[in-house]
Design a protein around this ligand. Structure first.
Ligand code: 1CP
Length: 365
């Protein structure tokens, strides 16, 4: 069934064109975690609401999503729906609280615990509130910029589900890969299945792009990333695309951000099935481009800490990156972003300056 939405026409499709591999007059730019704690308006509104209450209340989720779009009007080229990757483990039957990062009071520790996961997950029912938030946000955006939907990658979600929260060593989650390799693969595909259905629901509701965050890919060896994470990432991309086709919903660009998985950039680009590959700040863009070839767009990859360096450093860094990567030519298949999320201590005016620098230095000279 093709959804019948009556959304306002899009007036800035720069990021969609870049994701399709096209040349753009300047690099589109957005920032991971742009709707977050560095914004005083975020902290103010957040005082009165619990984190998951915001996610589950479409009017609040839309309001938080729009805060950076309003503040940086004309400077940001995408909005990302306010939510968290941990809603998928919730939909699978686990309790997750935000404290201040995600925390699971009853994590999965033994094979036995897998029985606590729902056998069948009715994602549309469990996470329908996210779809409603997306539809409402699309209307409120009034076509200013595209709206990005997202989910966590199966490995990153599995790591949280086993660790019970963030971790330094990921000893518990990684020992599962070694102790129970076949059960781990099955769990990753099961999570991937839910993620794919969830992304299809988000796209049906109005998301114009979708990103998969494999934040803890950095913890896996090259072999383990290829053995465990990659098959589930491939499964998500192929299932999303085939379900969209089957339902007559137009395809949208898909982005994979496997943070720290730089040793597999070539494999990600050639095998995973995504339009855009997100980069952390380790490789320079030209090197990443030479590794991935011309078949995918790149997203990234300024070090988030450049935003603490002061205006002179921000100007110098954006200029350096744009000049070395673009050499005065118009950008092609490049979405500017940080190499990870913006952190709470950043001065919002410094982010504004950063965005202005990207506009200025990424335009063809
Ligand atoms: O206290 C607060 O107000 C919560 C802070 C916060 C926010 C704003 C959390 C807790 N999550 C979010 C929103 C969020 N999370 C978004 C949407 C908004 C946007 O990007 O503008 C997205 C895309 C995420 C994704 C997310 N959550 C990831 C993947 C990206 C990444 O940063 O690596 C991960 C790993 C999470 C888990 C998470 N949620 C929140 C925190 C503090 C963390 C990470 C740290 C931890 O594990 O403790």
């Amino acid at each position: 069934m093709v959804p019948q939405h009556d959304f306002p026409p899009l007036t800035n499709d720069l990021i969609l064109r870049a994701a399709r591999g096209e040349q753009t007059e300047r690099a589109p730019v957005w920032v991971m975690r742009q709707a977050g704690r560095y914004l005083p308006e975020y902290r103010e509104l957040r005082k009165n609401h619990e984190f998951f209450e915001i996610c589950q209340t479409p009017a609040l989720a839309a309001e938080f999503t729009l805060q950076p779009i309003r503040r940086y009007s004309g400077l940001l080229d995408a909005a990302i729906i306010f939510c968290d990757i941990m809603v998928v483990p919730q939909a699978m039957g686990l309790e997750v609280i935000m404290n201040p990062g995600p925390s699971l009071p009853n994590p999965i520790r033994e094979l036995e615990d897998l029985k606590r996961l729902r056998e069948e997950v009715d994602v549309d029912k469990e996470l329908g509130y996210v779809y409603d938030a997306i539809t409402l946000t699309r209307k409120e955006l009034k076509g200013q910029v595209p709206l990005i939907g997202f989910c966590g990658a199966p490995w990153t979600l599995m790591a949280y589900m086993i660790e019970g929260g963030g971790s330094k060593s990921f000893q518990l989650a990684k020992s599962w890969l070694f102790k129970y390799p076949e059960e781990s693969k099955a769990l990753l595909l099961k999570i991937g299945d839910v993620c794919a259905d969830y992304l299809v629901g988000q796209i049906r509701a109005g998301a114009q792009m979708a990103q998969v965050f494999d934040s803890w890919a950095s913890e896996l060896s090259t072999y383990d990333f290829i053995t465990f994470s990659l098959p589930s990432l491939k499964h998500i991309a192929s299932k999303v695309r085939s379900r969209l086709d089957a339902e007559g919903i137009p395809q949208v660009p898909l982005t994979l951000f496997a943070k720290g998985a730089n040793s597999t950039l070539d494999i990600q680009a050639k095998e995973a099935g995504y339009d855009t590959i997100g980069l952390d700040w380790i490789y320079d863009l030209a090197t990443a481009r030479s590794i991935v070839g011309d078949g995918v767009a790149l997203q990234g990859n300024f070090d988030p800490n450049v935003l603490y360096g002061g205006r002179e450093a921000i100007d110098r860094e954006v200029k350096r990156v744009c000049q070395s990567f673009l050499g005065g030519k118009a950008p092609k298949a490049w979405i500017a972003n940080l190499g990870h999320g913006i952190t709470p201590g950043v001065d919002p005016d410094d982010l504004k300056f950063f965005l202005e620098c990207v506009h200025k230095y990424s335009a063809a000279s």
